[in-house]
Design a binder for this molecule. Structure first.
Ligand SMILES: Nc1ncnc2c1ncn2[C@@H]1O[C@H](COP(=O)(O)OP(=O)(O)OP(=O)(O)O)[C@@H](O)[C@H]1O
Length: 246
């Protein structure tokens, strides 16, 4: 699987927030989309999931655009939004059934995976609960369970660690790693740079809708001319550089 973003110009109505964005996410890769507030991370993700249409450039999954074959494009992807979106009138069990139906999964196999995910995220005894009864973190865990039970080829995760407790953060990171080993690709935006440094193997640093730099951590360190630099050092260095430029 290859997600290819090529020369993307995009954004909202007439305002092109993103200016010529190009990067790729391949099978077995965890790519971190890093940037300051308002850099364009969520806008990029909204283009990838098809909420926004490119003004210029293209986004393809294995050569297919959303326009050309929406079913094929979307079936390869599972998305976890920054703010959980759940159906108030559906129980946790019904959310899982709905996901199984929407992705055309084998019900028995998918429920086996769901049971294991529910156990991991300590939700096994809450199958009959409605979203109104869940805390913010629990809602996020429901989104995680539903996304990961699909065994997607590509996971798109917007700010995955906000609102998760340390135990759930660790469990999500373990899950991402095991899915990566299975052959899935992950694109995630995050501000938690220490975690990104440890768990992503490629980084795209956005600033004001442009890619400031991209590469593996060792490539970023080389470009920054400091082999001891942390991702936070590089990020802050980039910010200062940008501020100084202005
Ligand atoms: N619905 C919208 N309509 C118009 N402009 C928007 C909309 N959403 C975001 N923007 C603008 O697009 C730019 C990029 O925003 P985006 O949400 O992609 O940033 P981000 O990197 O995800 O930031 P954060 O870390 O704060 O979530 C900002 O200038 C923002 O004001």
């Amino acid at each position: 699987m290859t997600l290819k973003i090529n020369g993307l110009v995009g954004g909202y109505s007439q305002v092109p927030v993103l200016k010529n964005i190009s990067f790729e996410v391949r099978t077995g890769q965890v790519v971190g989309l890093i940037g300051l507030n308002g850099a364009g991370k969520s806008t990029t993700i909204n283009h990838v999931i098809g909420l926004l249409t490119p003004q210029k450039g293209s986004i393809t999954i294995d050569g297919v655009t959303l326009l050309k074959d929406p079913e094929k494009y979307k079936s390869k992807m599972a998305y976890i939004p920054e703010i959980p979106v759940l159906y108030q009138e559906l129980t946790l069990r019904e959310h899982i059934d709905l996901t199984i139906m929407a992705y055309g999964l084998n019900k028995k196999e998918a429920w086996l995976r769901a049971q294991s995910l529910l156990k991991t995220f300590r939700l096994s005894n809450k199958l009959e609960w409605f979203p109104a009864n869940f805390s913010k973190g629990m809602k996020q865990k429901v989104m995680i369970v539903c996304a990961f039970l699909t065994e997607a080829e590509l996971y798109v995760i917007d700010e995955p660690f906000l609102g998760l407790d340390p135990l759930a953060t660790r469990d999500l990171l373990n899950l991402i790693e095991s899915e990566r080993r299975r052959g899935a690709a992950v694109l995630m935006s995050t501000h938690v740079l220490s975690t990104a440094q440890e768990h992503c193997d490629y980084f795209v640093l956005l600033h004001e809708g442009r890619i400031k730099t991209q590469g593996t951590f060792s490539e970023l360190r080389s470009a920054y001319q400091n082999q001891q630099a942390t991702l936070t050092d590089i990020y802050l260095g980039l910010t200062q550089e940008v501020t100084a430029d202005e």
